[in-house]
Ligand binder design. Sequence first.
Ligand SMILES: NC(=O)c1ccc[n+]([C@@H]2O[C@H](COP(=O)([O-])OP(=O)(O)OC[C@H]3O[C@@H](n4cnc5c(N)ncnc54)[C@H](O)[C@@H]3O)[C@@H](O)[C@H]2O)c1
Ligand SMILES: O=C(O)[C@H](O)COP(=O)(O)O
Length: 333
Amino acid sequence: MTQKKYVVGITDHMIGTPDLEAEVLGSDVEIDFFATTDETLFDADRLGRLDALLVWGARLTSRSISRLHRCRGVVRYGVGYEKIDLAALANAGIPFANNPDYGTEEVADHASAMILSLHRRLWEHDARARGYTSGWQVHSLKPLSRSNRATIGIIGVGRIGTAVVNRLKPFGFHILGYDPGQPPGHEKAVGYQRVDRLDDILAQSDIVTLHCPATAESRGMLDADGLARLKPGAILVNTARGELLGDLDALEAALRSGHLAAAAIDTLTQEPPGHHPLLSAWRDREDWLAGRLVITPHNAFYSDHAAVEMRTNAARTVKILLDEGRLRNRVTA
Ligand SMILES: NC(=O)c1ccc[n+]([C@@H]2O[C@H](COP(=O)([O-])OP(=O)(O)OC[C@H]3O[C@@H](n4cnc5c(N)ncnc54)[C@H](O)[C@@H]3O)[C@@H](O)[C@H]2O)c1
Ligand SMILES: O=C(O)[C@H](O)COP(=O)(O)O
């Protein structure tokens, strides 16, 4: 067997077989496949041989980073990078890149579908219609506002937030956006009303949808305190990161009291989720919660097309790094 020029590590089992990556990386590259998300199982000698590392769900801490002796770059398959210790990578002199564009349309579709179905109270109507004993239309729930009377608050108007604005504007919703990272004028270019304080967007929106990353600043922005600042009867959609919410106790209390009318979440702090009374009520379709909590398994990004694009783009980023010494989509701490 001929000696390969480079060794690229790929995590993890969610990939299945790294065949697409092999095709993009070419015959110069040996792939060392770490079929796990458990970083503690990454073998030190194997890490030490890598010229580049491509990660998906695995956490990457100084434990593994200190063993990447010859690594020229780490690339993440996804957009979010809260599981990557960027400071440790910077200390080790290893650049990092994410994969920003592959699933923007899918996440925007997913969030918009959640918004529209909770706004129309579809799942609550479904639950009621299934259990009806007399009458039919009398089961229409109230309140149920026309879309051009409802306000949507978008927190984080980046790629996905902007795509959500573009999808929902034609329905007539009034759209507010809170994003301190966007320059003045962004709101005109995209077509939303800028709000400069988090508290204001929480207080003014009938529906709040989260599209910002999990950072030291944004973690817990909708904990018990944040939820209390929402308009009574608001709807919450979270396709960004579970860490933006507080614990499930706070979400349960807000749903039980009715302060939060409904919530749809694609991302949780713990995935898959453990045991919690709120999750049991959701699994058991308890009457008080029926149709008011929608949970999807962190698949907002997924379509068959996005999955191929994600893997191909991420592998191409590694290929460019190895061939040209240039890391595209570089992210700094
Ligand atoms: N559920 C999924 O499958 C899935 C898929 C892709 C991305 N995501 C999540 O969605 C997030 C957004 O992705 P994107 O591609 O739009 O990223 P992006 O970088 O294009 O946009 C994020 C925006 O959030 C803003 N922001 C940062 N901190 C903020 C804060 N504290 N308050 C308000 N705004 C803040 C930034 O200025 C930026 O404009 C990602 O960070 C990731 O966590 C989830
Ligand atoms: O950040 C992302 O791109 C999405 O959330 C999907 O990737 P992840 O599930 O690996 O975070």
